[in-house]
Design a protein around this ligand. Structure first.
Ligand code: C2E
Ligand code: MG
Ligand code: MG
Ligand code: MG
Length: 293
């Protein structure tokens, strides 16, 4: 009897595995059509500079979304699949092209100097001629290199491919800035911070979420902020959801923040009025000035 029970468990287990494999295959197939079917869309989240009680939007991070029918699929579900298949190279190029075009358009609509942050996968950086391709996209879209920020993660640096350093240096020499995303969550080595040309540290939201109540997390955030400032890097705190977190970060001297407190990531159309609202230096474009631009 025990044996029979064991067998049926095994059968269930292998059914579950089969089911999982099928789902994965369906996902891969659906994804390989997604670009051609125009199912990808970029959402944007403001990056805000806070100083002396004034907040000012300084940039946006482009975040990829996939419309599977009416379901909006989160990048954590599909980026790893695209990375594995290698399709991230093509999709990532689309993201870059799309984000640069959009932000350039916002510059022309009055949000001059707005920075455009784009997430990179390691596969993209390892592509031959990646920096040239970026330069070409900047030329084609008219976005100044100084307005582009490329976000990479520690895991990308961990691979320590010699070409990675060369590619990053090339990008830096073009005037592009490099941000180290999700700092503190990977297998961080402080050696990265001086070995690679990095201009921005993004404190991972896992440190921020509980920061005001948790002394240990607070200490970690404080240390990362100090590290960044000591190295003359900009520090952006991710995942700000409450005014208490804002106060804490401001007191610690972290002047750049991003999070639901200001805005959730939204479509280009929906984010524009929020960007205008968050940019107190900028006037709305006058009627007719858009055609002239
Ligand atoms: P990330 O680059 O660290 O992006 C920040 C993530 O935090 C975003 O998740 C954003 O929606 C979320 N977030 C922002 N503010 C808050 C907040 O206040 N609270 C909480 N709980 N979350 C907040 P999202 O959009 O789901 O993206 C997840 C990750 O997917 C990104 O993490 C990035 O690593 C990756 N990703 C997104 N777009 C791209 C892309 O175009 N290319 C590549 N290679 N990766 C991308
Ligand atoms: Mg990012
Ligand atoms: Mg992050
Ligand atoms: Mg992340």
């Amino acid at each position: 009897r025990a044996k029979a029970f064991g067998k049926s468990q095994l059968a269930l287990y292998s059914d579950a595995l089969q089911e999982e494999a099928n789902q994965r295959l369906n996902l891969e197939n659906a994804l390989s059509e997604a670009l051609a079917q125009r199912q990808f869309e970029l959402f944007y989240q403001p990056i805000v500079q806070v100083s002396a009680g004034r907040s000012q939007v300084v940039g946006v991070e482009a975040l990829l979304r996939w419309w599977q029918g009416t379901r909006l699929v989160s990048p954590d579900e599909f980026i790893p699949v695209l990375e594995e298949s290698g399709e991230i190279v093509e999709v990532g190029e689309w993201v870059l092209q799309q984000a640069c075009t959009q932000v350039r358009q916002w510059h022309q609509q009055g949000l001059a100097g707005l920075r455009c942050s784009v997430n990179l996968s390691s596969r993209q950086l390892q592509e031959q001629g990646f920096a040239n391709r970026v330069a070409q996209i900047l030329r084609e879209t008219g976005l100044p290199p100084s307005s582009l920020v490329l976000e990479i993660t520690e895991s990308l640096l961990m691979r320590d491919v010699p070409d990675t350093l060369a590619a990053l240096r090339e990008l830096e020499s073009m005037g592009i800035r490099i941000a180290l995303d999700d700092f503190g969550t990977g297998f961080s080595s402080l050696g990265y911070l001086h070995r690679y040309p990095l201009h921005i540290i993004k404190v991972d939201k896992s440190f921020i979420t509980k920061a005001p109540d948790d002394e240990r997390l607070k200490a970690i955030s404080r240390a990362i902020i100090g590290l960044g400032r000591g190295l003359d890097m900009d520090v952006i705190a991710e995942g700000i959801e409450t005014p208490e977190q804002m106060d804490f970060l401001h007191n610690e001297g972290c002047n750049f923040v991003q999070g639901y407190w200001f805005s959730r990531p939204q479509s280009a159309l929906d984010i524009y009025p929020i960007l205008e609202q968050l940019s107190n230096q900028v006037r709305a474009p006058e009627v007719g000035s858009l055609e002239a631009a």
